[in-house]
Structures are given as C-alpha cells and as structure tokens.
Design a protein around this ligand. Structure first.
Ligand SMILES: Cc1cc2nc3c(=O)[nH]c(=O)nc-3n(C[C@H](O)[C@H](O)[C@H](O)COP(=O)(O)O)c2cc1C
Length: 214
C-alpha cells in the first residue's frame, strides 16, 4: 500500500502541512509507504484545456498531457492506493496551488459521457484536509461547506470514496502583534491551538492509518 499527500499551502511547516505530516506518519505506522509533496516546490499550471486527455485514440487519452513538474506527481497519484489533498481556505476557496492541482488531477479522468465511467483508476481511498481561520460554526455562512461538499463529491465520483478532515479557527501567526490585524481573539486562538489542534493532529494520524487499511 502507498499513500501520497499533497500540500496546497505555500507554508510547509504550518497547519495544513503539519496535519498532512501526521497523515503520512499514520500511513507509515500502518506499514504503508507514504510521501508528502509540497506544491509550492513545483512549477506548474492549471488545466490548459488542450483536451489531449479526451482525444479518442490519442497518446494521452485519460492522462494529463501537460509536461511540467506536475506530470511526475500526477503519475504518482495515479498509481497510489491512497490520496490525500490538503489546502487552506483562501477567500472561501482552495488555494490557487490546490485549485490548479485539482483541475489537472480531475479533468484527465473526467469524461463528457452519460454512459461511460470516468477514466480514473478503479478505486482509491482518499481524503480532503481543509484548514481555515473561521470557526466551524460559520463555515456554512461563508460558503465553505458547499466548497468542501463539491470537492468531496468529485473525489467520490472519481475514486469511490473520500473522507474529510477540517481544522477550523487555526493559528495563523506565531506573534499576532507583529501584523496589522485586529479581527481575532488571539488568546482564544492560542488556547485552541494548544488544546484542539493536537487532537486534530491525532485525527490526521488515525486518518492515515485508516486510509491505507483499505
Ligand atoms: C490569501 C489568504 C486568504 C485567506 N482566506 C481565508 C478565508 O477565506 N477563510 C478563512 O477561514 N481563512 C482564510 N485564510 C486563512 C487560512 O485559511 C488559514 O490561516 C489556514 O489555516 C492557513 O493554512 P496554513 O497554516 O497551512 O498555511 C486566508 C489566508 C490567506 C493567506
């Protein structure tokens, strides 16, 4: 068994990355090979709408034809037994890194067909990890619930299953006094980071174990 985790946050040591590191550790503890890939380290674009992945009889049918740094990552994802995509919310959507990745991952498999199944490899256990500033109670109000649901539906459609792990009300800075912001209850955020985030890290570890257990 092997698991690939994709970090859509440009920060490689913060909330999203730390949760994904735990997913990877959980998968490894269960005996699987697991790897975390940071999208910020790669040079790539979103889907360029070339339709080579849909061209009947074409050499890239069912696979993205764009040759940039994402090619090798998409190949790894294609072969992986488990796939985890993690992203912060940026203006109530996935980060631009993650959106571009999702376009490339999803569109190669998606068919404009009422009859045929998508071209994705049979089954994969998958999960989405979303981190965000807002508390869970207002996710719906800020349009975030629908975004998560939509991505989960697409992942399920393509790969058969998709779990979701949310980390809300995250700590964004080590020292809030250095930045121009008065929006947050900083002591409450720090308390949550100390008390709740470790529980989310445990949940991420368990998620990694579960995903590779089949
Ligand atoms: C450009 C930008 C836009 C953001 N937009 C939102 C948002 O719409 N909603 C939200 O809850 N948090 C928003 N945030 C906060 C991040 O989603 C949150 O701090 C997240 O946990 C950061 O992930 P990271 O620590 O892995 O980088 C935004 C942050 C940035 C930098």
């Amino acid at each position: 068994m092997n698991l690939i985790a994709i970090n859509g946050s440009p920060r490689t040591g913060w909330n999203t990355a730390r949760l994904l590191e735990k997913v990877v550790e959980g998968a490894q503890a269960a005996g699987a090979e697991a790897k975390l890939i940071h999208l910020r380290d790669l040079r790539f674009t979103g889907c360029i709408s070339c339709f080579a992945c849909k061209r009947i009889g074409g050499p890239s049918y069912g696979r993205c034809a764009v040759r940039d740094d994402l090619k090798a990552v998409l190949d790894l994802c294609h072969k992986a037994d488990s796939l985890v995509l993690g992203t912060p919310f940026y203006f109530s959507a996935e980060s631009a890194f993650m959106r571009a990745f999702m376009e490339r991952l999803w569109f190669q498999y998606y068919l404009y067909s009422k009859l045929k199944k998508p071209l994705s490899p049979a089954k994969k256990s998958t999960a989405l990890v979303y981190t965000m500033n807002v508390p869970e109670a207002v996710m719906e109000e800020y349009g975030k619930t629908a975004v998560v649901k939509r991505a989960q539906q697409i992942m399920r459609f393509l790969f058969g299953s998709c779990e979701v792990l949310l980390s809300c009300d995250t700590l964004q800075f080590d020292d809030y006094s250095l930045y121009d912001t008065d929006l947050f209850d900083v002591p409450a955020k720090q308390k949550r980071h100390k008390e709740v985030f470790p529980e989310e890290l445990k949940a991420a570890f368990n998620l990694g174990m579960r995903l590779v257990a089949g």
